[in-house]
Design a protein around this ligand. Structure first.
Ligand SMILES: [Zn+2]
Length: 104
C-alpha cells in the first residue's frame, strides 16, 4: 500500500461510512489513523454529532483501478511511519472541503 492508496481509502471511508449511532456523516478531521500494517488500515473515527468513537478496519485499498498488490516489491511502496504521521497532521489541520484535497 502506498500513500495514494491510503488517501483513496480515507476518501472512500469519508464517502461511504456513517456513524452507527446517529447516522451522521464523517469529515476528514474525524478520521484518525491508528495503524497501517500490510494491506490493512485501522482508523479511529469520531462522530461530532453524538461523540461516539468507532474503529474502522479496511483490508483492501479502495482504489478505482485495483492493482496487483501482492506483486508489490517490499520496501518500495509500503507506507513509512513518516507518511502516516504526515497524513495524521494533514487530517488534523485540514479545514476545507473534501474536494479541495483531491483536485488536481
Ligand atoms: Zn454519531
Amino acid at each position: 500500500m502506498n500513500y495514494y492508496q491510503l488517501q483513496s481509502i480515507l476518501r472512500h471511508i469519508r464517502k461511504t461510512v456513517s456513524c452507527p449511532s446517529c447516522g451522521g456523516n464523517y469529515q476528514f478531521s474525524d478520521l484518525e489513523i491508528v495503524n497501517v500494517a500490510g494491506g490493512r488500515v485501522t482508523l479511529a473515527v469520531s462522530c461530532k454529532g453524538c461523540s461516539s468513537k468507532t474503529l474502522v478496519v479496511v483490508s483492501e485499498p479502495a482504489t478505482r483501478k485495483p492493482r496487483k498488490i501482492k506483486k508489490e516489491k517490499e520496501g518500495k511502496t509500503r507506507i513509512t511511519p513518516d507518511e502516516v504521521l504526515e497524513m495524521r497532521d494533514f487530517l488534523g489541520n485540514f479545514k476545507g472541503e473534501m474536494r479541495d484535497i483531491f483536485k488536481k
